[in-house]
Design a protein. Structure first.
Length: 87
């Protein structure tokens, strides 16, 4: 059972990927500059933004993360594609 992929799917996925990219970069920066309050503030803002986007995406299109990080619905959703890295 493939869910219909519409323009919103791709828009949300792109926003999630962009926010998570910023988080990776800020993580690397904060590893060497742990006292930079501006970077820490930005990290927390993007972390919340990423969580909000995923909270919108997952109920509509399925889980993004495994190992209990993304809840499943009434059925095991991992068998249904495409997965985010397949589009």
């Amino acid at each position: 059972m493939n869910k219909k992929l519409d323009a919103e799917y791709y828009q949300l996925l792109e926003q999630i990927q962009a926010a998570d990219f910023v988080l990776v970069e800020l993580t690397l920066y904060l590893d060497t500059h742990p006292d930079d309050q501006n970077a820490l503030t930005q990290f927390n803002q993007y972390s919340e933004y990423s969580r909000q986007l995923k909270a919108i995406f997952e109920p509509r299109y399925g889980p993004l993360l495994q190992y209990g990080n993304s809840p499943v619905g009434q059925q095991w959703d991992w068998g249904f594609g495409p997965w985010p890295w397949q589009v």
